[in-house]
Design a protein around this ligand. Structure first.
Ligand code: NAD
Length: 245
């Protein structure tokens, strides 16, 4: 149920930030990290594969898991939640989408001003030089070696648990939250910091927080508007209520 008091606020807002997490892609068929994994990967915990230690211990396993996830995200489509955020961007004078997702579904839906806090699964980088590698080839031994230094193993260009976020993106995210009038936190468990602290940081500078999630999170008590529901349903409904589209 959407609180009608949100409607005039959003209609008048000149500066809106949206922070998204894995839940936004769930209705496209991308499992969140905390969903149980199925099939081949059911025996592993994602939190134990998405770490530098896991890669050091078993690079082939981690590479193959990401190859499976890369294929999975390229086979699915953006859902009505992603599309509603594109409509929002078209209508709000200053709009920033900060995402923890690495799946490109926002960009594929048409979102333009996207800050990727946790990297992108389509890119790979050299684990020795920490530089993105554009041209690389699959090899019999996995992961492939970096074609530039012929030494480091290639790895996905995503932020693993325990790693630093890209500095420029994080600074920009803080700046945008400082200026925002409304900050939406959508489909994120608000457990992974520093992303989870962005909405409350913005609230200290005067923003109102709107949370959209079927379940409560640590952010819920700070939220000015709490919408319990699926983003693929709630977001199109919200856009329809405001702009009748
Ligand atoms: P999370 O798995 O911790 O939490 C997902 C949240 O989404 C939960 O709070 C859940 O209640 C909510 N949710 C589930 N279905 C929803 C729906 N249809 N609509 C709205 N909310 C829904 O994910 P997180 O908070 O993003 O953090 C975990 C980390 O996992 C992130 O760093 C991210 O990089 C990574 N991750 C990314 C992807 C992706 O790119 N799609 C997928 C899995 C994990």
């Amino acid at each position: 149920m959407i609180n009608p008091a949100l409607i005039p606020l959003l209609r008048a807002a000149k500066d809106v930030v949206v922070l998204t997490g894995a839940g936004v892609s769930a209705e496209s068929g991308v499992p969140t990290f905390r969903d149980a994994m199925s099939g081949l990967w059911a025996q592993f915990k994602p939190e134990e594969l998405a770490t530098p230690e896991a890669f050091m211990r078993n690079p082939k396993l981690v590479w193959e898991w990401y190859a499976w996830r890369r294929k999975l995200v390229s086979d699915v489509q953006p859902n009505p939640g992603h599309h509603a955020l594109v409509e929002l961007e078209r209508r709000v004078p200053r709009f920033t989408l900060i995402t923890q997702n690495v799946d490109s579904l926002h960009q594929r839906a048409g979102s333009k001003n996207v800050i990727e806090l946790h990297g992108n699964i389509r890119r790979v980088k050299c684990s020795a030089e920490n530089k993105v590698v554009e041209n690389w080839q699959e090899t019999k031994d996995l992961p492939p070696r970096c074609p530039n230094c012929n030494d480091g193993l290639l790895r996905p260009d995503v932020v693993w648990f325990g790693e630093m976020l890209p500095r420029r993106e994080l600074e920009e995210a803080y700046d945008r939250c400082k200026d925002a009038q409304l900050i939406f936190s959508i489909g994120t468990s608000s457990l992974v910091h520093p992303a989870a602290s962005l909405p409350s940081y913005g609230k200290n500078y005067g923003a109102k927080i709107v949370e959209i999630n079927p379940t409560e999170t640590p952010l819920s008590r700070d939220a000015d508007f709490l919408i319990q529901g699926l983003s693929g349903k709630v977001l199109p409904e919200l856009v329809k209520m405001i702009w009748n589209i």
